[in-house]
Design a protein around this ligand. Structure first.
Ligand SMILES: [Zn+2]
Length: 276
């Protein structure tokens, strides 16, 4: 009797053990194999150039989401500009493009090395101080000073909102006119401008010759035409590609064209500085 109980107990144990082994084997095949750990994919598109070494180099852990403000976020895409500055610059570019043909601001920006608009800042009420150096060079005539005065008056009648005060002296002048006998190259006038990083003109020096490059003496009317062109540069204009404009580099036009005036007026409606 005891022997039969033991046999039954052993049989039951063996059955249980067999069941346990079978369960184990069964479950092992059901549990999926753990997937290899992959780094989470960054939401920022990876624009870096992939090279062979990239595949062997562990990638840095993904950065936490940016917690910067909107303007800083946009700044990352606009070279450090605030959102509002980027919008303003985009609007200025649009207006310059839209004026193609009517003005030559497009050409001025395209020809400039820094893609900047340069102009005086808010000088409608506070006139720019101008000093005209007394001429001591050959062929200088007192009428040349009046010619410069007349050229400023002609620009002043256009409505360009920058005024000039010819009562400046040599120490406080922002624009200085000088005389020289002749340029070595094909020109009768030259304007050198200085501006700050915002495109605001700070100073200008205008040099006018009393003889043309061929050695012919200039008269009062010639100096007035040269001064009219150079004052265009002082205002912030560069050269027009059109020979019918006064601001054409090697022109013979002695009067402001409508395009010269429209270009200067538009320049003073726009925010100066870089358009990049
Ligand atoms: Zn010029």
């Amino acid at each position: 009797m005891l022997e039969r109980r033991l046999t039954a107990l052993i049989a039951a144990s063996i059955t249980l053990m067999a069941l346990a082994i079978l369960w184990n084997v069964f479950m092992r095949h059901r549990v999926p194999v753990a997937a290899p750990v992959r780094p989470p994919v960054s939401a920022v598109p990876d624009t870096a150039t992939h090279t062979a070494s990239d595949t062997a180099t562990p990638r840095p852990p993904p950065q936490p989401p940016a917690t910067t403000t909107t303007s800083q976020g946009v700044g990352a895409d606009t070279g450090g500009l605030s959102y509002m500055d980027a919008l303003a610059r985009s609007e200025t570019r649009r207006r310059v493009r839209a004026s193609a043909g009517v003005t030559y601001l497009n050409e001025i920006v395209a020809a400039s090395q820094d893609s900047m608009l340069h102009r005086w800042d808010n000088r409608g009420r506070n006139p720019v101080r101008v000093y005209v150096t007394p001429g001591t060079v050959a062929n200088f005539q007192p009428g040349f000073v009046d010619a410069i005065r007349g050229a400023f008056a002609e620009w002043g009648s256009t409505g360009v909102p920058v005024r000039f005060d010819l009562g400046g002296d040599s120490t406080n002048a922002e624009v200085t006119f000088r005389w020289r006998i002749q340029f070595e190259i094909e020109r009768t006038g030259q304007t050198d401008l200085e501006w700050d990083q915002d495109g605001h003109i700070l100073r200008a020096t205008v040099t006018i010759a009393t003889f043309d490059p061929k050695g012919r003496p200039l008269g009062v009317d010639d100096v007035r035409a040269v001064a009219l062109h150079e004052i265009g540069h002082v205002i912030g204009l560069d050269h027009s590609p059109d020979s019918t404009d006064l601001m054409y580099a090697k022109g013979t036009i002695r009067r402001l064209s409508d395009r010269d005036v429209r270009t200067a007026l538009l320049l003073y409606q726009l925010t100066p500085g870089s358009l990049r």
